[in-house]
Design a protein around this ligand. Structure first.
Ligand SMILES: *Cc1c(COP(=O)(O)O)cnc(C)c1O
Length: 430
């Protein structure tokens, strides 16, 4: 039988690092990535036929569990009519209408093929609409890998940031101001200093790329107000939170409307789809009507759109989010109980269908606090859980995801395993 190790060695010869997206390489936890062969419901199997309870869910899209029959059928039916036409289809309009009917701040929507494309376009649109250049982003929030968004904070709050990636010239990020998440004072200062030039704030309304970090009470409302006062646009990057935390996304849950919303992940049901949505008077700035250029050969791909429609339709079943949230809460609160009972400095948090686990006394509110969690203990936890058949995200900076197929049985199984693992962890805890 082929092993994960054999395949990883083979992959590393022809794919940089053996993977097509860095976090898959297990660099921050060490060890050999699992090569996945198939996935059904809450489970994934690697090529060695090991079965795992999966809390990654393809990093969010698999909210209905893997291989949801209705989604798979829609994809098969769509494929029978051809894979791509480079011309408009009815499905694109249907997916747009579905999304618009659920998110009141969106009147029009443009489909793209990834979250990165969506945020990149959203920034360009905000700059085109406001005719201003600077953007504000928050440390620890991830908005895809386009140049101007790959910035980490400078040492002083308002000093120029440094590119997070080599290959990004400092000049490309000179208009990106990086501030601390949940810190309203720093935002006020930035507007005092640069107010006239700030095109937009882009933010993950619930941060999910520095582990799970929720906005403090009033933070999103504050961002809304300061943008309105300064004629800047507020962009909610809901690529992860969109249809993950509730039926109207994070904006519905917190009652704060952004000017522009970016979506991806769940709206593609596991296939590549991204989207930018906003009021009509903003969206009209996009080509072909407006002067802000945006395009895509495979944008609105009929197969991907079919998967998205089949997914979104099932999310509107009565009680869907209540159930998802109830199960996520069960996992989150019981994990914390068990971890603390084992004597570990351990906390958890959750919102809708996503959760965070922190080897720390308290739940972090910023990137620095998240970075201060015990990542050594996390590594042990990750590998012990994996060996016992639970696949968590291979980094302490990622949130975890449940699907509607993660029922109480699956969760109790996970908790039993976690209890064993925590008790082993206690012995190595320094
Ligand atoms: C995943 C993610 C992105 C990037 O999406 P891709 O489809 O990977 O390009 C952008 N923003 C947020 C908040 C994300 O979670």
């Amino acid at each position: 039988m082929i092993s994960n190790k054999d395949l990883f060695e083979r992959a590393q010869k022809c794919i940089p690092g053996g993977v097509n997206s860095p976090v898959r390489a297990f660099l921050s936890v060490g060890g050999c990535p699992r090569f996945i062969k198939k996935a059904y419901g809450p489970y994934i199997w690697d090529i060695e036929e090991n079965k795992y309870i999966d809390y990654v869910g393809s990093w969010g899209p698999a909210i209905l569990g893997h291989s949801n029959p209705e989604v798979i059928n829609s994809v098969i039916e769509a494929a029978k009519n051809g894979l791509s036409f480079g011309a408009p289809t009815e499905g694109e309009t249907e997916l747009a209408e579905l999304i618009i009917s659920r998110i009141p701040s969106i009147e029009q929507i443009r489909l793209v093929s990834s979250g990165t494309e969506a945020t990149m376009t959203a920034i360009r649109l905000a700059r085109g609409f406001t005719n201003k250049t600077k953007i504000i982003k928050f440390e620890g929030c991830y908005h895809g890998h386009s140049d101007s968004l790959l910035v980490k904070a400078g040492s002083g709050l308002l000093t120029l940031g440094q590119p997070t990636s080599s290959g990004v010239p400092t000049s490309f990020i000179k208009d990106t101001i990086v501030l601390e998440f949940n810190n309203t004072e720093s935002v006020e200062k930035a507007f005092k200093q640069h107010g006239k030039d700030i095109a937009c704030i882009i933010v993950e309304p619930v941060a999910g790329n520095m582990n799970l970090v929720k906005p403090k009470e009033g933070f999103l409302r504050f961002l809304r107000d300061i943008c309105t006062q300064n004629d800047s646009l507020l962009i909610f990057d809901e690529v992860m939170t969109g249809f993950r935390v509730g039926p109207e996304c994070a904006q519905g849950l917190f009652g704060v409307s952004p000017d522009i919303t970016t979506l991806a992940k769940i709206i593609g049901g596991g296939l590549p789809v991204g989207a930018i949505g906003a009021r009509k008077n903003i969206m009209e700035y996009l080509a072909p009507q407006g002067g802000v250029y945006q395009a895509g050969t495979l944008s609105g791909n009929p197969i991907a759109v079919a998967a998205g429609i089949a997914t979104l339709r099932q999310l509107s079943k009565p009680g869907f989010y209540e159930n998802l949230s109830k199960n996520t809460q069960l996992l989150s609160s019981e994990l914390q109980n068990i971890g603390r009972k084992a004597g570990l400095k351990f906390s958890t948090d959750y919102i809708g269908g996503m959760f965070g686990i922190y080897f720390s006394d308290s739940v972090p509110t910023s990137f620095i606090e998240s970075s201060n969690c015990n990542s050594e203990l996390f590594k042990y936890f990750f590998h012990e859980m994996l060996d016992e058949g639970v696949y968590m995200a291979p980094s302490s900076f990622e949130a975890g995801f449940l699907s509607s197929t993660h029922d109480e049985n699956v969760i109790h199984k996970t908790l039993d395993i976690a209890e064993k693992v925590f008790n082993r962890l206690k012995k190595i805890d320094m």
